[in-house]
Structure formats: structure tokens, C-alpha cells
Design a protein around this ligand. Structure first.
Ligand SMILES: NC(=O)c1ccc[n+]([C@@H]2O[C@H](COP(=O)([O-])OP(=O)(O)OC[C@H]3O[C@@H](n4cnc5c(N)ncnc54)[C@H](OP(=O)(O)O)[C@@H]3O)[C@@H](O)[C@H]2O)c1
Length: 236
């Protein structure tokens, strides 16, 4: 399959991309920053449509930069015409959100998390949807932290932004009906972001995502559009 992983530089995105490539998929990796910029090889691969089987193409994709996201989509289109699946992994949880409350956290920090986690998801969807094949899928990695069912004040701005991300998925599902759009909680993973509450390694979450991507998890997607990495229904 032809798959785009947005936010692939570390954590879940990195593990998932590596696992997909190992499984023989063609993977475009979206990176917020590519050290040294996109390589010449990336340009050659994209411009000359010579994406190798099992290839891995890094592209600059900052989800807060709509122009950059649209340019990346154009490059992917030139190389692959259409893609089967997008996994939007990119997300941020700022240090102040671990220590402050909604009463004290700098507004700029709340805004940044909302920008990346909620608006970034929408920008990513609007940029990449035109190149997803009919019947394809867009997977938004959101979080249990966005659920009303989970009361508490841990990571408050992050939680609000992930609630918005879930709502964006819900609304988009009504707006765009020729692909499947789902939200997935990836589990509490041992990453830079999740180390304080971790229960699993990214490799375990990535295995679950591969099962979902390859169609080995079957569930009623019309009813359950917010699930966890094991395909279990999540409360909103
Ligand atoms: N870890 C958990 O326990 C947990 C639980 C629930 C949900 N999640 C969600 O799962 C996803 C992956 O989490 P993780 O733990 O793997 O996080 P992570 O290790 O902190 O990695 C976050 C990834 O998002 C990328 N990113 C951040 N801002 C971006 C931007 N503006 N444009 C493009 N990419 C951007 C980062 O790129 P850079 O390296 O360039 O910063 C990095 O690749 C996130 O959406 C997170 O909210 C995680």
C-alpha cells in the first residue's frame, strides 16, 4: 500500500513508518523539520516517479504550515498519483501543560497546542484528502485525553486540543464521505510525550496500527469511528 505518515521523526510515527516499510509498504514520511532539508534523492524520487517498492520518502511537512503541506501533497501526487492511507501522528504536549493549570498556563502555549493538535490535523486533512484514493482512509491519532468520559485536569490544554481533534474527525466524516476517516487513541506509550504515564512501547502501538491499516481489524466503522490501537471502541 502507499501510505503517508505525518509526524514520523520520532515516537509512534518513527516506529510505525519503520514497521510499514519492513512490511513492504511504500511510505512517505512527513517531518516537521528535516535536518539539511529534503535530500536530492527525495526530489528525484518524487519528480521522476521512481518510488521504489518498500521505499521511504522523507518530505518536509509541518502541519501548521498549510502552504508546505499542500506542496508536499503535490509532490506525493507527482510520484504516486494517489495514496491508500494517511496516518496523521503529529502532536505536541508542551512542558507548561504538565505543570500549570488552565488558570496559569501561558495563552501562547495553549494556542500552540491547539494549533498543532487540532488545526494541524485539519490542515493535514485538507492538504492530503485530494490525493487519497476513493475508499481510502485517513487515520487521525488523537487521544483518550480528549474524551469527556475521562474527568480530571491532567494535561489540560493538550486535552482540549484533542477533544477538538475528535470533533474535527466527527464533522469531517459528514462533510467527506468517499473515504473513511477515523480517530485512534494509540495507548499510553513510552515516548518523550508519554513517558510519565507510559504503559506500552511504541512498537506495540505500531503493531496495532498496522493491523488496522492492513484491514485485519474488522469493526463497524459507521458506528465506531473513535477506537484504540487494538480496535476497541473508545468513549468520546
Ligand atoms: N505518548 C502517549 O502516551 C500518547 C497518548 C495518547 C495520544 N498520543 C498521541 O500520539 C501521537 C504520537 O505521540 P508520541 O508519543 O509518539 O509523541 P512524540 O514522541 O512527542 O512525537 C511527536 C511527533 O509529532 C511531530 N510533530 C510535532 N509538531 C509537529 C508539526 N508542527 N508538524 C509535523 N510534525 C510535528 C514531532 O516532530 P518533531 O520531532 O519534529 O518535533 C514528532 O515526530 C501524538 O499525536 C500524541 O498526541 C500519545
Amino acid at each position: 500500500m502507499k501510505i503517508v505518515v505525518v509526524g514520523a521523526s520520532r515516537g509512534l510515527g518513527k516506529s510505525l513508518s519503520a514497521m510499514l516499510v519492513e512490511g513492504g509498504h511504500q511510505v512517505v514520511e512527513g517531518h516537521r523539520v528535516i535536518l539539511g532539508g529534503e535530500t536530492n534523492q527525495t526530489q528525484v524520487d518524487c519528480d521522476n516517479r521512481v518510488v521504489k517498492e518498500g521505499g521511504r520518502i522523507p518530505l518536509q511537512m509541518d502541519v501548521t504550515n498549510e502552504k508546505q503541506m499542500q506542496e508536499a501533497a503535490e509532490k506525493i501526487k507527482n510520484a504516486m498519483e494517489t495514496i491508500d492511507v494517511v496516518v496523521h501522528v503529529a502532536g505536541v504536549l508542551l512542558p507548561s501543560d504538565r505543570t500549570d493549570t488552565l488558570m496559569t498556563e501561558p495563552i501562547a502555549d495553549i494556542e500552540e497546542q491547539f494549533h498543532v493538535n487540532a488545526l494541524g490535523l485539519l490542515i493535514s486533512f485538507r492538504s492530503l484528502y485530494p490525493i487519497i484514493k476513493k475508499g481510502g482512509r485517513f487515520i487521525a491519532v488523537t487521544s483518550e485525553g480528549g474524551s469527556f468520559a475521562l474527568e480530571g485536569e491532567l494535561f489540560p490544554a493538550y486535552g482540549i486540543s484533542k477533544t477538538a481533534a475528535n470533533k474535527i474527525v466527527q464533522v469531517l466524516r459528514k462533510t467527506v464521505t468517499d473515504i473513511d476517516i477515523i480517530a485512534v487513541h494509540p495507548g499510553r506509550m513510552n515516548t518523550e510525550m508519554g513517558k510519565a504515564t507510559a504503559q506500552i512501547e511504541t512498537i506495540e502501538a505500531a503493531r496495532g496500527f498496522v493491523q488496522i491499516i492492513e484491514g485485519n481489524r474488522v469493526w463497524d466503522t459507521k458506528k465506531d469511528w473513535f477506537i484504540d490501537y487494538q480496535g476497541q471502541s473508545m468513549k468520546l
